[in-house]
Design a protein around this ligand. Structure first.
Ligand SMILES: Nc1ncnc2c1ncn2[C@@H]1O[C@H](COP(=O)(O)OP(=O)(O)OP(=O)(O)O)[C@@H](O)[C@H]1O
Length: 252
């Protein structure tokens, strides 16, 4: 494997008296997709929040592109090439799909944000993509003029992905990108996320759709009660006895 682009070392997170994460170590390399799975409440979102800088861990360290970013803000990490999606929708419903992406492109630029400045890629060709190209990348080329509120749930998820890609990230953290979408849209989203990985991005994805994770991920990390039960290729992880016990007979 190539050198990790993002890694967490011995991550621990305590809130009140509760140990939410305990000694979690994992990494993701360029062009690799790590699936993060685990039962409800296992600590998956908490881990994504710590990797992205939304939450600071109690113990341990986060490295991004070789630099220790544990004490760096989410904004600073975004500038270093990290992008993420959230479990809940982050769209402006009253704006069109194109306008939503426009704002994301603009927010990823070096200049201060202004709603009056046109969105366009930065001069550095590696630094960004235009709105049309981003919509095309998520198979929404014909939907740029549709209001976000009128999009199907699946298209809203694709739009969020386009927005997360607006900064041309090196690392993409996805928190349940397929929650609540139709079976057909699950296939479409998996294909798009697979292409993002194949383009060289390090992708870490929390997802409950097990067949998607097992089919798409290069490696899977299994969290249970805040601890890492197993990490490895999907086939190895599903055969792991402790993992099977953690899921108590749920289909793996
Ligand atoms: N800010 C917080 N303060 C206190 N407890 C928290 C906080 N955030 C999360 N928790 C607790 O930490 C545990 C892990 O939550 P987390 O959302 O990370 O789990 P998850 O694996 O993502 O769950 P799900 O699959 O249901 O989304 C839960 O018991 C949750 O109640």
């Amino acid at each position: 494997m190539t050198a990790p682009v993002i890694s967490g070392h011995a991550i621990g997170w305590r809130v009140g008296g509760a140990q939410i994460l305990d000694d979690v170590t994992l990494d993701v390399g360029a062009g690799e997709l790590l699936g993060i799975i685990g039962p409800n409440g296992a600590g998956k979102s908490s881990l994504v929040n710590i990797l992205s800088g939304v939450t600071r861990p109690t113990t341990g360290a986060v490295h991004l592109g070789g630099a220790d970013v544990t004490r760096r803000s989410a904004t600073r990490r975004a500038r270093l090439g990290l992008s993420r999606s959230f479990q809940t929708s982050a769209l402006f419903d009253g704006l069109t799909a194109g306008e939503n992406v426009h704002l994301a492109v603009q927010a990823s630029g070096p200049a201060p944000f202004s709603p009056f400045r046109p969105a366009r890629p930065r001069r550095d060709p590696a630094a960004g993509e235009g709105v049309a190209a981003l919509l095309h990348r998520v198979r929404m080329g014909g939907r740029g003029a549709t209001l976000a509120r009128d999009l199907s749930h699946g298209d809203r998820r694709k739009l969020e992905l386009a927005m997360a890609l607006a900064s041309n990230p090196k690392v993409l953290l996805l928190d349940e990108p397929m929650a609540g979408v139709s079976a057909e849209d699950v296939d479409g989203l998996s294909e798009i996320i697979g292409e993002v990985r194949d383009s060289g991005v390090a992708v870490a994805m929390v997802e409950h759709h097990m067949h998607v994770v097992l089919g798409l991920a290069d490696r899977v990390a299994v969290l249970h009660h805040g601890q890492l039960l197993a990490t490895g290729p999907p086939g190895d992880v599903t055969r792991d006895e402790r993992v099977q016990q953690a899921y108590l007979g749920e289909a793996l």
